[in-house]
Design a protein around this ligand. Structure first.
Ligand SMILES: [Ca+2]
Length: 469
C-alpha cells in the first residue's frame, strides 16, 4: 500500500508538474503574443539582388538611402539565406515553409509533369497544388486581408498554383517568371484575368511595370490599413533584362552602360521601398506594421564586376555556395524589433511562415521545415545551435547543402564527398576542413540522407544525360 501510495504520488507529481509546465508554456506563449499583438505584415523581396548590392551591406557605388535607413530603424541580419539559389524554388520555400527537399517547386522548370510555359509554350512549369499550404492561406484563415503584387512564379494561368487559389484575396503582376523579365510588357494578370496595358503596346514603353506594382502596394495598404493585412511584394527588379526608365543618378558616371542601368534599377526599387515606408507613417500604422526587405537569391552579377554584388562570397545565383544563397534581410517594426542592430542569427526562408503564423496566432500547417524565429526578430535569446537548414538543386545536378550553427556542409554533385566550411570564420568558403572533423561529416551525412523526399517532378532516376526535352 505504501509502495502504491509512493508510486501514485510520484505519478501525481509528474502529472501536476506536466500540467504546470504546459500552463507555463502557454503563459509564455500568450505573453509573447500579447506583447506583439497581430501586426500588419509587408514582405518586400527584390529579384536577383545580391548581398553586396545595398549600402547597408557594404555597397559603395549604388545609392540605396531608403533601405539603408530601414536597416538603421530595424535589425539587419547578416546570416540569412534564401530558400534556393534560383527564383521559383526560393519562392516555393518561402510560401510553404518547406525547404527544397520537400517543397513542391524545386527548380524553375520541372522534368516531368506540370504545364507548358506561358511564354515559350514548352517545358514543364510546376504549379503549387491545393494541398500546398501557403503563408497567405495561413494568415487569411487567421483573419488577415491578403494581397500580392509583382512576380509570382508558382503557377501558370488556370492552374491550382494561381495566387487567388493559394490564399491571396487580390493580386496583380506576372504569373510566369519568363514573362517577368519584360518590364514594358503589354499585359499583366489581375486576379486571374489577363489585363492589357495599351500604353505599352507596339513597344510604346510608357509603363515600367515595377511602378505599377508600387502603386498597387500603396493602394492595397490604403484600402486595408484599418484591419490586419499581409502584403507580399515580390518586386521584379533588378533581374535582367536590364531596363530602367531613367539612368539617374548615374547618367554621367564613367561606367559601362549595363552597370549604369543596373545601379539605376536598384536605386529605383529603393525609392519604392521608401514610398511604402512613408505611407505607413502617414497612415499612422508604422508602429503596428512589420516590414521585411530581402532578395530571392544571390546575384548573377548582372551589373558587371564593378559592384561586388555578392560581397565577399564565392559563387552566384544558381550555386549552393554562399554567393547563391546568402541574402540581405532587414526587419523593421518600431519598438518591437530592435533598431540599429546587426544580428548574425542564421535563418532562412522556410522560417518565415511559422514566424508569421506565431505572430498572427494562426494554425500551423503540418509538415513544415521552418521554425518560428520570432524571439530572434524581437532581439530575445533563442538557441538555434542544433537546428539544421537544408538546400538542394534537384536530381541531375543534385547538389546539397546544410548549415548547422557555424558549419556548412556542401555536396557539389551526386555521390561526391561532403565539403565542410566554418562560414563564420571563413565566409568565402576557401578552406575545406572536412578531413579535420570526421564526426561532423558523419552527422551531416546522416542528416542529408533523411532530409528530403523524392519529387515526382524531379525524379532521382533522371540525371542530366536522360533529361527530358
Ligand atoms: Ca531571382
Amino acid at each position: 500500500m505504501i509502495q502504491f501510495m509512493r508510486t501514485y504520488s510520484t505519478v501525481l507529481i509528474i502529472i501536476v508538474g506536466s500540467l504546470f509546465h504546459v500552463a507555463l508554456a502557454d503563459c509564455q506563449e500568450l505573453r509573447r503574443v500579447s506583447s506583439t499583438s497581430r501586426p500588419n505584415i509587408v514582405f518586400i523581396m527584390a529579384d536577383d539582388l545580391g548581398y553586396g548590392d545595398l549600402g547597408c551591406y557594404g555597397q559603395k557605388l549604388i545609392e540605396t538611402p531608403n533601405i539603408d535607413r530601414m536597416a538603421k530603424e530595424g535589425t539587419r541580419f547578416t546570416h540569412c539565406y534564401a530558400g534556393a539559389p534560383v527564383c521559383a524554388p526560393s519562392r516555393s520555400a518561402l510560401m510553404t515553409g518547406q525547404h527544397t527537399g520537400h517543397t513542391r517547386v524545386r527548380d524553375n522548370s520541372g522534368r516531368v509533369g506540370g504545364v507548358p510555359d506561358e511564354i515559350s509554350g514548352d517545358g514543364h512549369r510546376i504549379p503549387l497544388l491545393d494541398n500546398d499550404i501557403t503563408i497567405a492561406e495561413v494568415l487569411k484563415q487567421a483573419g488577415y486581408a491578403t494581397g500580392m503584387t509583382g512576380k509570382w512564379g508558382l503557377g501558370e494561368a488556370g492552374t491550382t498554383g494561381e495566387p487567388n487559389r493559394q490564399g491571396f484575396d487580390e493580386w496583380y503582376g506576372y504569373l510566369n517568371q519568363n514573362h517577368a523579365v519584360f518590364y514594358f510588357t503589354d499585359y499583366l494578370w489581375r486576379n486571374g484575368k489577363r489585363e492589357t496595358t495599351p500604353a505599352n503596346a507596339n513597344d510604346a514603353r510608357q509603363f515600367y511595370t515595377h511602378d505599377l506594382f508600387t502603386e498597387f502596394a500603396l493602394d492595397f495598404i490604403r484600402r486595408h490599413h484599418h484591419e490586419p493585412f499581409f502584403l507580399y511584394v515580390p518586386f521584379t527588379i533588378p533581374h535582367a533584362d536590364l531596363e530602367v526608365p531613367s539612368l539617374e543618378p548615374y547618367t554621367g558616371r564613367d561606367w559601362p552602360e549595363d552597370a549604369k542601368i543596373f545601379a539605376a534599377m536598384v536605386t529605383h526599387m529603393d525609392r519604392s521601398v521608401g514610398k511604402i515606408l512613408e505611407l505607413l507613417k502617414q497612415l499612422n500604422i508604422d508602429d503596428n506594421t512589420l516590414v521585411f526587405f530581402t532578395s530571392d537569391n544571390g546575384s548573377p552579377i548582372g551589373g558587371g564586376p564593378l559592384f561586388n554584388s555578392n560581397g565577399v562570397f564565392q559563387g552566384k545565383k544558381g550555386t549552393l555556395q554562399e554567393g547563391g544563397l546568402r541574402t540581405p534581410m532587414i526587419v523593421r517594426w518600431p519598438n518591437k524589433v530592435p533598431r540599429d542592430r546587426v544580428s548574425e542569427t542564421p535563418w532562412y526562408f522556410p522560417d518565415v511562415l511559422p514566424t508569421l503564423a506565431e505572430l498572427a496566432v494562426a494554425q500551423l500547417p503540418q509538415s513544415i521545415d521552418g521554425i518560428s524565429i520570432l524571439p530572434s526578430l524581437l532581439g530575445q535569446s533563442q538557441d538555434l545551435s542544433q537546428r539544421m537548414m537544408y538546400w538542394e538543386r534537384p536530381p541531375g545536378r543534385f547538389h546539397q547543402a546544410a548549415r548547422q550553427d557555424k558549419w556548412k556542409a556542401l555536396r557539389p554533385g551526386r555521390n561526391q564527398p561532403l565539403q565542410l566550411y566554418d562560414v563564420v570564420a571563413d565566409p568565402t568558403e576557401s578552406s575545406n576542413v572536412a578531413a579535420e572533423h570526421p564526426d561532423l561529416i558523419t552527422k551531416f551525412e546522416a542528416y542529408l540522407s533523411t532530409a528530403r523526399t523524392e519529387s515526382a517532378h524531379w525524379p532521382d532516376s533522371l540525371d542530366e544525360r536522360t533529361k527530358e526535352k
